[in-house]
Write a protein of this length. Structure first.
Ligand SMILES: Cc1cc2nc3c(=O)[nH]c(=O)nc-3n(C[C@H](O)[C@H](O)[C@H](O)COP(=O)(O)OP(=O)(O)OC[C@H]3O[C@@H](n4cnc5c(N)ncnc54)[C@H](O)[C@@H]3O)c2cc1C
Ligand code: SF4
Lengths: 934, 325
């Protein structure tokens, strides 16, 4: 007899599949209303219950606070994303899928000049055209906005000046697109063209007309937007360096290259409230910016996040076109839709900063990293965006995973007349990381040691502190290195392969959620809040503001709720699209969602769980501490035949109050130092990763092909291993793009020459190597069920791993990205010239003969391995701070122990200028120190 | 969203009808374009580059998609060419390296030979081109100069990046053109014209009907080497084809693409150089081919590099010929 019922037309009969998968259109439920009327509970899957609470799931890192909540339902199981069906059947509604009755089309008139003053805008001809319904210009919205409250420098449309080709000048709403375009072309703008600047290095020079003006805080009359400086540690060790690597890098700008171009629909509803549909990673900031620019209270705006066709940081700013759509819709009284073409996507940009980065590494005779100096000049383009944060990240995220004798960072972000740079996957950490890891390879070579050994002998242990004061909790770095070394067959390949074939290592370190909510004090509001609601039907509705941008955050939230309540995933319904119903969440950036939002969701689920257990206590007479939740039943631990169904318990719990409602929130613990910029890079947990890449280099043409990647990432606990592997492989693809072929090409006239997907060369399937994802689980004590991020960190190691593999293959060490064939080829030519070789095929590839240091590094690494596993299991809870490797006592302040131990806020400009471009920015004075504001 | 400007699409079903239609439009002074697979023309139309009010499609004319050993119709899709067992293997190989599998399903042989020249100052949207104040090739009445080689207002040096031409050239193909004033046949090497704007000798109203191959083509072995960053989508940054009648050293022919406004024919160099079947001779000849091309800066990779690669590609193509013996 059939126990199923029709879920969808056409699906009848028994749901029989032998492979355990669900028949399409069939849910694994009994007839409606049951929710588990089986009289006996199915046994718990002990393989999915941690050892510490009586299961068989191994826990090398020991007990976790959430272990008692595990029901074996969802966590750790490879799970198809809950919105996958909507996507593969075309039902997912992305930005441009929104269609409202009576809507009209908006188009944006953009600047043809790099830099110009707007003398006048004449819209009269356009306005007179039939079919044109509204036109707006900068005058309609003079208020500034920006993603960071400290740097609000954007307008809905240009006010006074345009700052890059493609900057917004005016917008038009018309009955159709053709009319809108015609009208756009009929707007007459009178410009006074100004002198543009494209070279970030020239951003340090005084100019007549800086791109923005910061009043008394403006640095000279330059285009420096932000400069930062940090110094820690004992600089004296550098003087006796046994090896030094100093390289000046150039990184081209890259773009996220997401599939879905930006699109927005704005509609002022019958009650005069704004309904704004937009594919946003961070709907809440858009919400705030809209309120400011439109001058309406936030509660009169409902931001509806559509499905997001990829974000990667490129959809996390509040955008001017979102304002434009709202302004036009308000003017013409009809819904307005604006959809970008690909070129416009490049105009709004927010991709990774083009950067000049100089990294100097000094190692002492024991193979310890005595000094890491970083100088980063980053090209912000025309607006601030996330740049304030990026300026810090380029330095501070290099302070782990290695123990450092000293750290020195100078960074500067300058404005240029180019589309604005912003946050992109691996925000601020990627380029410096590449330079550092390549530098380490250089050091290893100079010391005649294996680069993996060098790394293993210099790692910070779990539960320690970086030189800059970041609190490291779980740390799977060592395990990640061990796994990739083993699985790649490193020892048989490194420095042993023929010319043109190479293998390389790279590591990564990234934040798992920014500790500081940008818009408020973390002590006043939580980072994330989740509401749960269960009515009579037993389905669980989860309200969250977390923005699923394809990374699977909705699935993760559903999974943790399902896990805690012992309910199948299909009974959890996540509602996260509308600001009207979802509690405030900071959004999808800084790899915070799984960590923070799932923690909030667990707390809400715990509250419900408690109510259910209390009800079961009433019904069974057994105390909650002796009850367990299994698949839709609550069972007496010691005699499984005593149980109630979930629905029975639920209805009991609802007797007096109706639907169960619970709330959970997450707030990060207080952390970090007090120095300037101490908050930048602070996170409640950090992810670690190590990749090995193998390449083939065509020695005659310089073409680099990456053939294999072994990618180990420590994500704490893989809530959904399928999603984690997806993130690792996807990160490899994105990172390979930056290392091999992607770049935003600004030509001789400063124009972006490749604002399209043919010439902006994202690797195709042919360029994709075989990736072996390796999940390392270090079980973070504060992560939800131990989880940390997996969305950004996995990108970092690909770049240096490939660069180091290229060196192994052809003996040429890159110092600029991407490694397009012409760049590699000219490096090969240089090497040939230097060695007097006529035919590249006669070059030799580097070889390694271990020096005396190798054995002592191996010994130290073995010793540290023991130390780390004791600390990971918290068998050893003694304090550990960066510096112990150099002989310092972690119990006493380091300043007391070392002469010259620095933790400087007040820099010496002359010293800083030694390093690189950004250091030189410190030779300049702010207006307030120059005798008054102009 | 990018909006293609509207145009009248005509669908003649015979060659005669097509010619008559062309003649009529010419008479009425209505500019038009031919379209075959549209994979080159339509992206340019989307960018509002030289759009015309009328477009004549060759797609419904019967009999233009036949592949025979001695002739190939202009409407043969590159996908069919790539998997053909009738077509010369060199042509099939070259076809298989064009664009992507999806594009090859639409792309045609005729369109590939008549491909518009390319330049990164030109293959851009209208807004983009406005921001550089246009360029000579599509100056929109501004009299703008060439952005690659300024101060000369006569020549466009946009690059011809068709993949098939060099292979057809080294097989000594001829092309049959037809138009209101009748048909004519000429060697493919005379088809191209050194000007990025006019591109070829097609007269107004004329189109490329058929490619013919001489009898000796079947005896020839060939090789084609293409330089590109990605193995999908990317146009040739340089390409060299070679063919010979195995055993006959003097029968070598060499041709290139992706380097100038027209494909290059380098047969004359062969006679001037020694025995290319020896590595040393091969290297010399390859260097000579490199010396014969003058790429400019208007494609993805810098001209200096592309030029240097010509000798590598030429040497490798010749090496491929040797391997096959
Ligand atoms: C992403 C992308 C990648 C590409 N990569 C490559 C590549 O790697 N190599 C390469 O060679 N090409 C490439 N192309 C270009 C193009 O796809 C091919 O060259 C294709 O063969 C053109 O054929 P078609 O039938 O589509 O031409 P169409 O677009 O129909 O026509 C191209 C031009 O030729 C004219 N024309 C067409 N047929 C005739 C005829 N019979 N007589 C006279 N004139 C005619 C048209 O008027 C038009 O000017 C690429 C295109 C795209 C969009
Ligand atoms: S080569 Fe010169 S004229 Fe021709 S398209 Fe390029 S810039 Fe324009």
């Amino acid at each position: 007899m059939s126990t199923g019922y029709r879920q969808q037309p056409g699906s009848t009969g028994e749901a029989t599949r032998t492979d355990g998968k669900r028949v399409a259109g069939k849910l694994r439920f009994q007839p409606p209303g049951s929710g588990g009327s089986k009289p006996v509970a199915s046994p718990r899957d002990l393989d999915a219950i941690p050892e510490s609470v009586g299961g068989r799931e191994p826990q090398p890192a020991g007990h976790h606070v959430h272990d008692g909540l595990r029901t074996g339902t969802s966590v750790g199981r490879p799970t198809a994303l809950v919105d996958a069906n909507a996507k593969v059947t075309g039902q997912a509604w992305y930005g441009d899928d929104v269609r409202l009755a009576n809507e009209v089309i908006g188009r944006i008139l953009r600047s043809p000049h790099h830099y110009a003053r707007i003398r006048s805008i004449d819209t009269s001809a356009a306005e007179a055209m039939p079919g044109v319904l509204a036109i707006a210009t900068g005058e309609d919205a003079p208020d500034t906005f920006g993603v960071l409250p400290v740097t609000k420098d954007e307008h809905a449309m240009a006010v006074e000046k345009v700052r890059h080709v493609g900057d917004l000048v005016a917008c038009v709403a018309a009955v159709d697109e053709a009319t809108a375009m015609e009208a756009m072309n009929a707007i007459v703008v009178d410009y006074e063209v100004l002198n543009p600047e494209f070279d970030p290095r020239k951003g340090l020079e005084d100019v007549d007309e800086p791109i923005h003006w910061r009043g008394k805080y403006h640095v000279g009359k330059t285009n420096v937007q932000k400069r930062v400086h940090q110094a820690f540690g004992d600089r004296s060790a550098i003087d006796h360096a046994a090896a030094t690597s100093r390289r000046a890098w150039r990184f081209e700008g890259v773009h996220h290259g997401f599939t879905e171009p930006h699109a927005v629909v704005a509609h002022w509803d019958a009650n005069g409230r704004l309904q704004l549909y937009t594919p946003q990673q961070v709907p809440h900031y858009t919400h705030r910016a809209l309120a400011t620019v439109l001058k309406v209270p936030m509660h009169q705006i409902n931001v509806i996040r559509t499905f997001v066709g990829g974000g990667f940081g490129g959809k996390s700013d509040p955008f001017p076109h979102e304002m434009c759509a709202a302004i036009l819709a308000r003017k013409c009284g009809r819904p307005v839709r604006i959809t970008f073409d690909r070129e416009e996507v490049y105009w709004i940009n927010r991709g990774r900063h083009p950067s000049y980065i100089e990294v100097k590494l000094d190692a002492d005779k024991d193979g310890r990293i005595a000094g890491l100096d970083v100088d980063a000049l980053i090209d912000g383009g025309a607006f601030a965006s996330f740049g304030h944060v990026t300026s810090y990240y380029n330095g501070v995220l290099a302070t782990a995973p290695y123990e450092l004798g000293s750290f020195h960072y100078t960074g500067a972000r300058v404005w240029t007349n180019k589309p604005a740079s912003g946050a992109m996957r691996g925000h601020g950490a990627v380029n410096t990381r590449c330079a550092v890891e390549v530098g380490l390879d250089d050091i290893a070579e100079q010391l005649s040691v294996d680069p993996i050994s060098l790394r293993l002998a210099n790692l910070l242990p779990p539960h320690s502190r970086t030189i800059s004061g970041f609190r490291i909790t779980s740390n799977g770095m060592r395990e990640a290195l061990r796994r990739v070394k083993e699985e790649s067959g490193w020892d048989q390949k490194f420095r042993r392969m023929p010319l043109g074939k190479g293998i390389g290592i790279g590591c990564g370190f990234f934040i798992s959620g920014s500790g500081l909510p940008i818009h408020w004090d973390p002590n006043r509001f939580p980072h994330a809040t989740v509401h749960l609601q269960i009515d009579m039907d037993g389905g669980v509705t989860v309200h969250t503001g977390a923005a699923d941008i394809g990374q699977g955050s909705t699935t993760a939230v559903a999974q943790v709720v399902s896990e805690v309540l012992g309910l199948p995933l299909e009974m959890i319904h996540v509602r996260s699209h509308e600001s009207d119903t979802s509690p405030v969440d900071l959004g999808s950036y800084s790899s915070r969602v799984t960590f923070m939002n799932c923690n909030a969701a667990i707390r809400a689920a715990m509250e419900v769980r408690e109510q259910l257990l209390d009800a079961a206590w009433d019904m069974l007479g057994y105390h909650p501490s002796t009850l367990v939740l299994v698949d839709r039943r609550i069972v007496y631990k010691h005699d499984p035949s005593i149980s109630v169904s979930y629905l029975e318990a639920l209805h009991k719990a609802q007797e007096d109050k109706g639907a169960l409602i619970a709330r959970g929130a997450y707030r990060s613990p207080p952390m970090g130092g007090v120095h300037k910029g101490a908050a930048a890079g602070l996170a409640p947990a950090y992810s670690f990763s190590a990749y090995v890449a193998e390449v083939d280099v065509d020695i005659e043409t310089g073409l680099v092909k990456c053939t294999r990647v072994w990618a180990a990432h420590d994500c704490g606990k893989a809530l959904n291993p399928l999603a984690v592997e997806g993130q690792i492989i996807g990160s490899c693809h994105m990172g390979l793009g930056q290392v091999l072929s992607e770049r935003m090409v600004y030509g001789r006239t400063g124009h972006l020459q490749n604002a399209n997907l043919l010439q902006y060369q994202i690797p195709s399937v042919h360029e994709m190597p075989h990736v072996t994802p390796i999940i390392v689980e270090s079980s973070d004590p504060e992560g939800p069920f131990g989880a940390k991020e997996a969305g950004e960190g996995p990108l970092l190691p690909v770049l240096p791993a490939v660069c180091n593999a290229v060196y192994d293959a052809i003996g040429v060490r890159p110092s600029s990205l991407p490694l397009t064939p012409d760049v590699v080829w000219s490096d090969i030519q240089k090497r040939m010239k230097a060695e007097g070789v006529a035919d590249p095929l006669d070059l030799t590839s580097p070889r390694l003969v271990h020096g005396p240091l190798q054995a002592s590094l191996d010994e130290r690494a073995a010793e540290h391995a023991g130390r780390d596993s004791a600390r990971q299991r918290t068998d050893d809870t003694s304090p550990y701070v960066n510096g112990v490797l150099f002989g310092f006592d972690p119990e006493r302040p380091l300043e007391e122990q070392a002469m010259g131990w620095a933790s400087i806020d007040d820099p010496d400009p002359a010293k800083m200028a030694e390093m690189g471009y950004a250091g030189r920015a410190w030779l300049l004075k702010e207006q307030r120190h120059m005798g008054g504001d102009e | 969203m990018m909006l293609t400007p509207p145009f009248n699409l005509h669908h003649p079903t015979t060659v005669d009808e097509a010619c008559a239609l062309a003649a009529r439009l010419l008479e009425e002074g209505r500019p038009f374009d031919w379209v075959a697979g549209g994979t080159d023309l339509l992206p340019n139309y989307k960018w509002h580059i030289e759009t015309k009010p009328d477009v004549i499609s060759l797609a419904r004319i019967e009999g233009l998609d036949a592949i025979e050993t001695d002739r190939i119709g202009c409407m043969v899709r590159l996908h069919d060419l790539a998997i053909s067992e009738v077509a010369h293997p060199l042509i099939a190989t070259a076809a298989s390296k064009v664009a992507s599998s999806l594009i090859r399903r639409s792309a045609t042989l005729g369109g590939n030979l008549c491909l518009d020249t390319r330049c990164f100052w030109f293959n851009q949207s209208e807004d983009w081109r406005r921001s550089i104040d246009w360029c000579h090739k599509a100056d929109c009445g501004s009299g703008a100069e060439c952005r690659v080689i300024p101060n000369q207002n006569t020549l466009c040096v946009a690059t011809y990046q068709g993949d098939l031409a060099p292979s057809l050239l080294v097989l000594n193909a001829t092309v049959e053109l037809i138009g209101p004033s009748g048909a004519r046949t000429l060697p493919l090497r005379d088809f191209f014209q050194l000007d990025g704007i006019t591109r070829n000798v097609l007269k107004p109203g004329e189109f490329l009907l058929m490619v013919h191959l001489p009898e000796d083509a079947a005896k020839r072995r060939g090789a084609y080497r293409k330089l590109r960053v990605r193995e999908s989508w990317d146009f040739p940054e340089a390409g060299v084809a070679a063919s010979w009648v195995p055993g006959d050293v003097s029968s070598l022919r060499l041709a290139s693409t992706g380097l100038e406004s027209i494909p290059g024919v380098h047969d004359a160099l062969v006679a001037d150089h020694g025995d290319w079947t020896l590595p040393e001779g091969r290297r010399e000849l390859a260097e000579a081919v490199k010396g014969a091309v003058k790429p400019v800066n208007n494609t993805a990779l810098p001209p200096r590099y592309r030029k240097a690669m010509v000798s590598v590609l030429a040497a490798r193509a010749m090496g491929d010929l040797m391997e096959e013996v």
